[in-house]
Design a protein around this ligand. Sequence first.
Ligand SMILES: [Zn+2]
Length: 390
Amino acid sequence: MDLVTQLLSDLVRIPSVNPMGRAGATRADGFFETDVTNYLETYLTAQGVTCHRVPVSPGRDNLFAYYEAPNPGKRLLFDAHQDTVPVEGMIVPPFGAHIEGGRLYGRGACDIKGGLAAMVLAFLRLVRERPKHSASVVLALTVDEEYTHMGSSAIAKLPPEGIDLAIVAEPTRFDLITTHKGAVRWKIESRGTACHSSTPDRGDNAIYRMSRVLHVLQRHAQELQGSTPDPILGAPSLSVGTIHGGVSPNVVPDECVIELDRRVIPGENPDHVPTLVTEALRLHLSAEDFDQLAFHVPWVRMPALRSSVSSSTLEILSQCVARQTGRNPLVSGVPFGTDAGPLGQIGIPCVVLGPGDIAQAHTKDEWIDLDQLRYAVDVYFDLACCLGAS
Ligand SMILES: [Zn+2]
């Protein structure tokens, strides 16, 4: 087995499931990145590389390593996240790393332990060979990409100095992604007065109130669809994803809660988006209904990415990809968010680039094509060599 397949197998076998906000999640049950961080630190240290762990939240550390090129030149950030989405509903063993038909199966194989393994090995090859005109590389292995991007947000607050370009590993089939949507997620709660359901007029039904809220939100979502679209990503969107309310059919409910997902496009400020929704509700609901709503603070506020990568840099990256994979990559945008959102927001030019297809990410039989995986090591190494002198 080649090195990158071996490393990916090891990483898939170590659970690093993002708890995605669920209460009571523990490391013993496979949640959090700690075990993968420990493994990667040991792996890199054994190759003579000094690692730095930076705590982001309890038990969740970003891991950094540094390659200083022999000649001063460009400085790259290699970003890959250590966490995966949960494993419920999977029809392959999530931590089995089973190989069949040129594919490796398991949670994270595609998103993005494959890209992470390739970045680590490209980084180690740079350290070993020290190519004359290579770029310097800061390797940043982040936590919590799949939920709130705590890891890359922490990097954006205290970024390494002098980064000319961030390469963010995500499954893009080596297409060069320079723009993507961002997301804001928050809860709205409606309140009422509980009473026995045999005399509902004595109470105030919070679910009925929420139904009026939903009516306004649906109209707001339709208006967003008709708003000025981004030329690549299209219009912003709003979706209500969950609703919870009531305790029993014979009790008039005094509480109902929904969770909203608002996708933002470049130019929209994610901090302002909840206010627009609140204002739409204030305008279209009765004062009595509006006064019985509570608006929670968003737990996801990820900006959209519109990266300012020069055409000459994109040309070099395209050539590296074509040379290593035999396919000319597209330069385009995607609807999903990545670690590049917070990095792009502080002005670091970002390209999202990695092996595997997003169609296989987060799926019940997640897998990565092993040819893509092997190409990835060469693509990341080659681009560090070519960009250094550019
Ligand atoms: Zn990912």
